[in-house]
Write a protein that binds this ligand. Sequence first.
Ligand SMILES: NC(=O)c1ccc[n+]([C@@H]2O[C@H](COP(=O)([O-])OP(=O)(O)OC[C@H]3O[C@@H](n4cnc5c(N)ncnc54)[C@H](OP(=O)(O)O)[C@@H]3O)[C@@H](O)[C@H]2O)c1
Length: 277
Amino acid sequence: MKILILGASSYVGARLYLDLAKNHEVVGTYAGNKLCKDFIQLDITDPLAVSTIFKNTAPEVVVHVANSADARWCEANPEEARELNEISSIAIAKEAKNINTKLIYISSFAAIDPENVYGETKRASEEIIKNQCDDWLILRPSLIVGFSPNTTNDRPFNRFLKNIDDKTKAEYDNSWKFQPTYLGHISEIIEQLLNKHASNLVLPIAVNEITTRYQLASDILSDFKINVTPLETTTPPPSFKEDLSILDVYKLKKYTYKDMVGLIIDEIKNREKFTLT
Ligand SMILES: NC(=O)c1ccc[n+]([C@@H]2O[C@H](COP(=O)([O-])OP(=O)(O)OC[C@H]3O[C@@H](n4cnc5c(N)ncnc54)[C@H](OP(=O)(O)O)[C@@H]3O)[C@@H](O)[C@H]2O)c1
């Protein structure tokens, strides 16, 4: 299958590229950071450039992962955030429909009940894609952890790597409770959905158990002899637990928290397997 990944240099996109390229012909785009020599430059806020790449590549599937995941940046720069995370989805959805391709949008738990600009833009993009595309899948991860070929973007998991490699202070919030998502799980669910020819579904992807950043950091970093200090926040974001039973309905892979942590520790120890050239 020919797959176009928009945002293949991102923390999430780089792992999806690596995983999906095992079984598919994959083309990746980047904006400013060319993580792999084969990636093609694309600014998703330029509708003409989006149209050109869709026509030139003619993919059967487009995976759209080129959004800012930085909620603080979105809050401080709401216009740019809407341009990147929301308005650009109009052209992407239109072109996907024009060339009759399946559009897989990597959304977020933040879209379920938006409480900030980031969540609002993700929710708005979901609506654009549902209303304008004929063949779509919306995947909603929670906070994502797992090894990616992109180890440098300031993402939560990459901070764990810095604790190990650069001995930065490991201090993490112990107030906000959430279900984490294993990065490798997203690629596996995409593979399963493509094999099942599934379409027009909104699916959460996470483990069932609830944790905190402190607990997650401790469980992963203790294997590398890193001490983690808990931080308490007076006003943590509201905790909620998402029902994952739809994954059972569609017979999709699920991970337990314990399995996820074990896999991630192995990934860190075997990190040479996660390089892009
Ligand atoms: N990380 C998480 O925990 C998490 C959780 C839930 C959902 N998600 C979703 O996963 C996606 C990726 O998140 P991430 O954590 O991997 O983010 P990230 O590493 O910060 O990457 C953001 C990406 O956006 C790209 N980008 C910025 N401006 C662009 C433009 N004008 N045109 C095209 N691409 C542009 C950047 O490309 P360059 O690198 O080439 O400059 C970068 O690769 C987002 O949709 C996010 O909502 C992430």
